[in-house]
Structures are given as structure tokens and as C-alpha cells.
Design a protein around this ligand. Structure first.
Ligand code: HEM
Length: 415
């Protein structure tokens, strides 16, 4: 006989619909994810799409980009029509398949070199220490507004060398564009997202024109590298992004690195308040910061959902799936799958191995993961060492998004 709890879990799985989520889900989606994984791991939702929660199914889809396409030109038409949001998303490399994806990815990965990323560390340390000094002076901060979000805005701005005086609108543009990726959209969100793309494109057109006139050092300046493209043996440009690809992918890079990294830092520092023994372990052994960051990525994945579309009739986890079926990959659930992670609901900063899917997997795996890891290592590591007894100073407010999991504000006492 199933217990009442098992009945409840089966009902949670049966009634799950990504378009109609309860307020509790936003606070803690993991009981629902566990129920789905147990009772309906390949869940068909009312709109005909599938929602995957098992690690092995999510990874198998990531592994096979031919069968599971990232191209959104058809899927986004009804949602965005012929709008700036449509032009933006369908030109971003994350929403393209090979061969276009291969060419654009090579140029972007070639610009985000290990050398360009490593060169950012000293400025990052200065920035973080400055924010910590200000927090120490006040004794309390909003972890998100006054720390976690300030770091990626600055770092991604530095990456493309956006002049400081021009950075103010970047975060709002980014939030508006990413907000428009939510499963259901209000008219106001749609309008805000479109306005943000138009303003962002206009701004970048000017920035790119200035950089063409006065190129930066291509060793360190990612935008100059993106403009110049791949250099052939004689220094001539052999492969380049079109103007549209360049502008839309700069927006994408600026967006991809903002909210995700803010949420990694915010989620990580909040999680450490909930697991005092883990915080104590990190304080005692600061070298654990690298594996602690991996555990933060797994435990509260800041990017919870990914999407694909089947290009042929296929199967997932033994279930037949028709061509043209939209698939949602639940990274947050896969990263709590007990078949992959022993005691998945325990936060263990020493967890090894920890092959999570927080950055995706396969040909689209996050191109900015080294930068994200660097930012989190410096931000979380230095925060904990500076304020070993920091604690909540009131209720945090959730960001209210299902795709990007994080907080809008977190009042903290800095001690
Ligand atoms: C904690 C921070 C971050 C998380 C959790 C994250 C997560 C992800 C995930 C899950 C994907 C794969 C999407 C898919 O396959 O559908 C992705 C792709 C990507 N991310 Fe990140 N990301 C983070 C930070 C960054 C940063 C800082 C940058 C830029 C500097 C960046 C740039 C990109 C790019 C360019 C792609 C597209 C790669 C492709 O399609 O080939 N990300 N990211």
C-alpha cells in the first residue's frame, strides 16, 4: 500500500504544470522535482511538451544536439512574433544549431580566453574588497543589491570594456530580456523586453563603432577580438561575425553573465547560513572554496531550466517521443538526482565527484564557466572570511522566476 506521503507525491507529479506553479514551488521546488523524478520522470505537460527530471535523461539530451535541437526560430514565433526579442534570441548562439552555432561558438570561445579571464582577477579582488569594506562600515547590507549583483555588472562590463559612465542601464536591460524567457509572459514583460533589446542594440552599435575606430589590445579586450574575428596565419581576418551576430551575441554575453552569476553568489552565501557546519568547515579550510562553489552550483543551480526540440521521432528514457516535441531540461532536478549524487539534499562542500549540470553539458556548455567560477570563488570566499558570523537580518525576498533561481533581496548583518 502506498503511504499518504507517496500518494501526495504522486499527486504533485500528476498535477505539475510549468505554466501554473504554486507560491511554495518558488520557495522550494525540490519536493516537486523529487516527486516527478519518482513518478513521472518524463512528464507530459498539458501543452504537449515534456519535462525531464532524471540526471541521465537530461544528460542524454544534451549529448545529442542532432536529435534535440536548440534552434528556436520556429518555437519562438508564436511567443515573440516579429519583434526585437525574436531577432535577439534567435541570433544568440545558445539558441542555434551547428553549423552556425559551431562558427559563432568558436569565435566567442576564442575571445573568452583563459588569459583574458585570468587578467581580470586583480580588479575583481579590488572590487570585492571595496564592497566588503563598505558593508563593514554599515554593518548590514542587502546581499543582492549591494554585493552579489554589483560584481557581474562590473566584471562583464570590464570584459567588453564598456566605459563606466555608460554601465547604469546594463542590469535592467539584462533583467528585462531574460525575464521575457519565462514560460508565460505578461504584455508588460513583453513590451519591456522588446524595448530593452532595441535600446541595447542601439547602445552597442555605437560602442562597436568606437571600438572599430580605436581597437583595444586584443589579448585582453574581448570586444576587439569579437570584432576582428579569427586571425589567419598572416594576421588577416579569416572568419568573422556579421554585424547582427556581433551585436546580438554581445547582448547575450552581457546577459548570460549577469543574473546567473549574481544568483550563484547570492544563493551560495544564503545556503551557507543554512548549513553552519559547512560554513565552519570553509572557514577552517579556505582551500575548500573551489569545491564549495561546485556544490553551490549543484545545490541551488542558478539556471534551473534548459530547452530543446526533437527533430525526429525518438525516445527518452524508454518513452516514445514524436518529432517537434518541446523538451524542458530541469537542471535543478537533475542536480538533485540520488542516482547521481548520494544524499542529494545534503549540502556538502567536500562532495566529490560532483559532476553537476549547472553549466549544461555538450556543445552548448556554458562558454563563461571559468569566469563564473572565478567570480564566485573570490566573492563567496572573501565574504565568508571577512564576515565569519554573517547572518540573515530579516526574510529574504525571492526573485520569483522559475528559470533563474535566486533572490531579489537578502538583508544581512555583516559580522
Ligand atoms: C553561475 C553562472 C552561470 C551559469 C549557471 C550559466 C549557465 C549556463 C548554461 C546552463 C548554459 C547552457 C545552455 C544550453 O545548453 O541550453 C550556458 C551557456 C552559455 N553561457 Fe553561461 N552560465 C553562467 C555564467 C556565464 C558567464 C559569466 C558568461 C559570459 C561571460 C556565460 C556565457 C555563456 C554563453 C556564451 C553560453 C552559450 C554557449 C553555447 O550555446 O555554445 N555564462 N550557461
Amino acid at each position: 500500500m502506498p503511504t499518504a506521503t507517496a500518494d501526495d507525491a504522486a499527486a504533485l507529479a500528476r498535477d505539475f504544470d510549468l505554466r501554473h506553479l504554486s507560491p511554495e514551488f518558488y520557495v522550494n521546488p525540490y519536493p516537486v522535482y523529487h516527486a516527478l523524478r519518482t513518478y513521472e520522470p518524463v512528464k507530459r505537460m498539458p501543452d504537449g511538451s515534456l519535462f525531464l527530471t532524471r540526471f541521465r535523461d537530461v544528460q542524454a539530451v544534451y549529448r545529442d544536439p542532432k536529435t534535440f535541437s536548440s534552434d528556436k526560430t520556429v518555437e519562438f514565433r508564436p511567443k515573440y512574433g516579429d519583434s526585437p526579442l525574436y531577432a535577439h534570441h534567435t541570433t544568440s548562439l545558445v539558441f542555434n544549431d551547428p553549423p552556425r552555432h559551431t562558427r559563432v561558438r568558436k569565435l566567442i570561445a576564442g575571445a573568452l580566453t583563459a588569459r583574458a579571464i585570468a587578467a581580470m582577477e586583480p580588479a575583481l579582488v579590488r572590487l570585492v574588497d571595496g564592497l566588503l569594506d563598505a558593508a563593514a562600515g554599515r554593518g548590514r547590507i542587502d546581499l543582492i543589491g549591494e554585493f552579489a549583483s554589483a560584481i557581474p555588472v562590473e566584471i562583464i562590463g570590464n570584459l567588453l570594456d564598456v566605459p563606466h559612465a555608460e554601465r547604469a542601464p546594463l542590469r535592467d536591460w539584462s533583467l528585462a530580456i531574460l525575464g521575457a524567457l519565462e514560460p508565460s509572459l505578461t504584455d508588460a514583460q513583453f513590451e519591456r523586453g522588446n524595448r530593452a533589446v532595441s535600446e541595447f542594440v542601439d547602445y552597442l552599435r555605437g560602442l562597436v563603432a568606437r571600438r572599430r575606430r580605436e581597437p583595444g589590445d586584443p589579448q585582453h579586450d574581448v570586444l576587439t577580438r569579437l570584432i576582428q574575428g579569427e586571425r589567419g596565419q598572416n594576421g588577416e581576418s579569416s572568419e568573422q561575425l556579421s554585424e547582427e551576430e556581433l551585436l546580438q551575441n554581445c547582448i547575450f554575453i552581457l546577459n548570460a553573465g549577469h543574473e546567473t552569476t549574481t544568483n550563484l553568489i547570492g544563493n551560495g552565501l544564503v545556503t551557507l547560513t543554512e548549513w553552519p557546519d559547512q560554513r565552519a568547515a570553509l572557514l577552517e579550510e579556505p582551500a575548500l572554496i573551489e569545491s564549495a562553489v561546485e556544490e553551490c552550483l549543484r545545490f541551488e543551480s542558478s539556471n534551473q531550466l534548459g530547452n530543446r526540440m526533437t527533430t525526429i521521432d525518438t525516445e527518452i528514457g524508454g518513452m516514445p517521443v514524436a518529432r517537434g516535441t518541446p523538451i524542458t531540461l530541469c537542471i535543478g532536478a537533475a542536480n538533485r538526482d540520488p542516482d547521481q549524487f548520494p544524499e542529494p539534499d545534503s549540502f556538502d562542500i567536500r562532495r566529490a565527484p560532483n559532476r553537476h549540470l549547472a553549466f549544461g553539458f555538450g556543445i552548448h556548455q556554458c562558454a563563461g564557466l571559468s569566469l563564473a567560477r572565478l567570480e564566485a570563488r573570490i566573492a563567496i570566499g572573501r565574504f565568508v572570511q571577512r564576515f565569519p558570523s554573517y547572518r540573515l537580518d530579516g526574510e529574504p525576498t525571492r526573485g520569483g522566476r522559475v528559470r533563474f533561481r535566486g533572490f531579489a533581496s537578502v538583508p544581512l548583518l555583516c559580522r
